[in-house]
Each structure stands twice: as structure tokens, then as C-alpha cells.
Write a protein that binds this ligand. Sequence first.
Ligand code: NAP
Length: 294
Amino acid sequence: MVRTTALITGASAGIGAAYAEQLAQRGHDLILVARDAMKLEQVAARIGEMTDVAIDILRADLTSGADRASVERRLREDPGISILVNNAGVSSNTTILKADPDRLEDLIDLNVVALTRLSVAIAPRLAAQGHGAIINLSSVTALIPATFEPTYLASKAYVLAFSESLAAQLAPHGVRVQAVLPGMTRTEIWTKGDHDLNALPQNMIMEVGEMVGAALSGFDLGETVTIPSLSDVGQWITFLEARATLQPHLSRQHAAGRYRVQDWKREHALDEALEATFPASDPIAVSGCHPRTP
Ligand code: NAP
């Protein structure tokens, strides 16, 4: 990657702070976005001791329309920004039966709406300049429905689908889009959600620096979807191939046979008519000459 500015959302902690550190080590200037300005200052100071990149702080609550608009404006108007890392996200660990709909709406506002609006803000400028990248943090939960809280999981499935589609639209303009699907990664998101990571199998939990390092290697390899934990990339290719085999069958003039209720009723009525004409005890039926026998 050539030196340019990366705007990272959710850069005050966890995965976002690790992206900030590793992108700075690659020589990129930074714009760090989150709500907690003091934590952003601490991240900036730490990175400032290790590198000489320029670091700007943009305090914003990405669920607030006014704050989000200021980040969108910066993405539209600052010609130096060529990388957007849409990382800010919250989780939810409730069941849908106990959920507070306002909190779920906040989750969608951040994980889906903000990510979409920021991508839409920067994409036309990147396409016009003919290079740049959008990196979106999804999750492996996007691939394993029914394993996690539905709204979080669906927000991450959105990020995956959005990124794959955006990648296809922007590739002809020289713009890269990558969806990153981390498994369990040791950050504060777990403690905020009252999960005890120490109670979970340790061989399923990745350290944050290793996860971000792997995600950036996936970016360097040109991947549209990077799953840092997945050692056999052939399994992902098999998944994509299986999905592609469905494509020619997904939009047809007529419903599949098993859904054609009228046909089924007609066949059923014919069966009943045959039964009336040729009862099962009928010697013709017993001899195997019944019209219903194939
Ligand atoms: P984290 O440690 O909780 O950090 C979340 C970051 O988002 C913080 O910098 C937080 O900063 C920021 N943020 C939260 N609400 C915000 C808001 N309304 N406006 C602006 N910024 C906000 O979480 P993480 O584990 O690093 O997760 C980062 C991303 O990776 C998320 O999208 C998450 O879904 C995804 N992910 C994580 C894991 C995992 O196991 N950790 C696995 C798969 C995917 P402030 O509080 O200062 O605003």
C-alpha cells in the first residue's frame, strides 16, 4: 500500500485500535473516530511513540445523525483519505424474547446504517480517483445462523452481503472492498456484553493483534472476504461454488413443483376419482393393471 490516510471507526479500543497501530506501522496517516475522545488521545499517543505518521481525532457518536454527517462530510471532501475501515460495532447478548427494541435499533444504526452511509460517502470519490479501499468488519456469525443473538448476527450478515456486492460494483473503478470475518477475538466487546471469555474454549479465541495482522495479509492477497481463523481456504471456495450452483435456479417463471398447490389438488382429485372407479379391492388393481400403477 502507498502512504495515504486511513479513517478508522471505533478506533478507541479493540480491533479498531489494532488497525490504527498496524496501518500506522505500514506508514499510513490516521483519522481516528469514536465517542470517547480521551481514549482516542491515548491510542494516538501510543502510536505517536512508535511511528511518525500524522494522527487526527474525530470524536463522533455514529448513531447520531449530526455526528455521522460530519464524518460523512470528511470522507467526501478530504482527498487524502483513501482507506475507510468500518469497524465500530456493538454486540447484543439478549434473546429476542427479552430484547429492548430501542437497543436493537441502536445496534442496527451503528452496525448497518452508519457503515452503509460512510461507505456511500467515500465510494464516489474513491471511484473517481481510481483507487482506494473500504474494509468492513463483519463476523463469522454471519455464516452460522442460529448461533448468536439474531439482530447482531443479521447485522453482520448484512455487512458480508453488502461488502461482496459493493466489491463487485467498485472493482471496475479500481476500488477494493474487503469484508473481514473474525471469530472470537479478545476485546472489550465481550465484557460489555457480560460474557466471560475465560470461560470459553481458549483455542477458539484469537488475540486482537494477530487477528488484524491476518486481516491485513488477506487484504494484501486481494481477498474480498477474509476469515482469519480458516486454515483451509478450499472450504470457503467450496461454499462459494455451492452457492453459485443455486443461482440459475433461483428466479423462474413458475413455482417449484412442491409449491404448486393447484396442480397438487388436481392430482389429488384425480386420485380420488380413480379410487371411486377402481376400488383397491378391485381384481384389476390387484393384478397390477390398475391405471394408478406406473
Ligand atoms: P470493542 O472493543 O467493544 O470496540 C468497539 C469500538 O466501537 C470502540 O472503539 C467504541 O468506542 C466504538 N463505538 C461503539 N459505539 C460507537 C458509536 N455509537 N459511535 C462511534 N463509535 C462507537 O469491539 P471490538 O471487539 O473491537 O469490535 C470491533 C468490530 O469487530 C465490531 O464491528 C464487532 O462486531 C466486530 N467483531 C468483533 C469480534 C470479537 O470477538 N471481538 C468478532 C467478530 C466481529 P467508543 O466507546 O469510544 O465510542
